[in-house]
Design a protein around this ligand. Sequence first.
Ligand code: AVJ
Length: 320
Amino acid sequence: MDAPLARVQHCPPAETGGFACSLYSGLSKTPKEIACKFFYDDAGSRLFDRICELPEYYQTRTEVRLLKHHAGEIAQLMGSGVEILEFGAGSLRKVRTLLDAVEAPRAYTPLDISGDYLGQVARALAADYPALTLRPVVCDFTQALEIPELPGTPRRMGFFPGSTIGNFKPDAAMALLRRMRASLLGGGLLIGVDLVKDPVRLHAAYNDAAGVTALFNKNLMARANRELGANFDLDAFAHYAPYNAAAHRIEMYLVSLKRQSVSLCGRVVEFAQGEPVHTEDSHKYTIESFREMAARAGFNPRAVWTDEERLFSLHWLESR
Ligand code: AVJ
């Protein structure tokens, strides 16, 4: 028997950032899984931007409204001449609201896993903010982070919008908050958190009528076909995203519609009819449960803003 990892390394490891190895090992588990960070290649980042525009997906527009509405107060809390460090920057749209409100922002450091996408959007931002030191970093921010200090060591403020924290299981979310706190060098963190609410509303947000979330989910397999020469039949898998009310989370799956085998990187993976592949969890919190977790991670939870329907929350956490 040859070691599975030795074979997987025949796939191009550099460009895929470990996608091949992670995919193969995830599909070798029972139940099968694919890590959600692999959603965000160029195509996936664009599909995610389309999700943010969907009528059912209230998160983005609610968070943007909160940011705009409270930008002045947030800017006061952050102070002047700061560096803003954004975790999982995506389209860089939200940070503009902060950059416009903060007094004389010194630097902006977006971290994102999608290098192509980050490069493109960072160029556009650089043109609009000529005085800002912009240093995009292509990395997986869930790993240990050593972001070198800038000359003159401006105070560093964290920005983690979009409720991405919800994609981590509570233990991992707490560990991530601890690492973020360490990388902020004493500065605060502005974080967006989606809230527990009517399950019908939550369900609709991940099962949109236009089917964009289904395409986003299936992009994991489309990406494997593109990058790794896999032969997933996208029509032979169904997007399935129920709300698990007891666990306060949306669970996303790709379910095999028939018994089938798929080859990737010279190996064959078997799927039973009806077999699920777990692709994402999206945990929802109450304002109180999130503040409690942040406090356990070593933060001092201060201001919190929410909309009148209590759909979404923005938290200002001080790291003391
Ligand atoms: C990355 C946290 C913003 O969990 O809502 C959207 C990703 N997945 N639709 C979320 C996602 C399916 C999303 N966030």
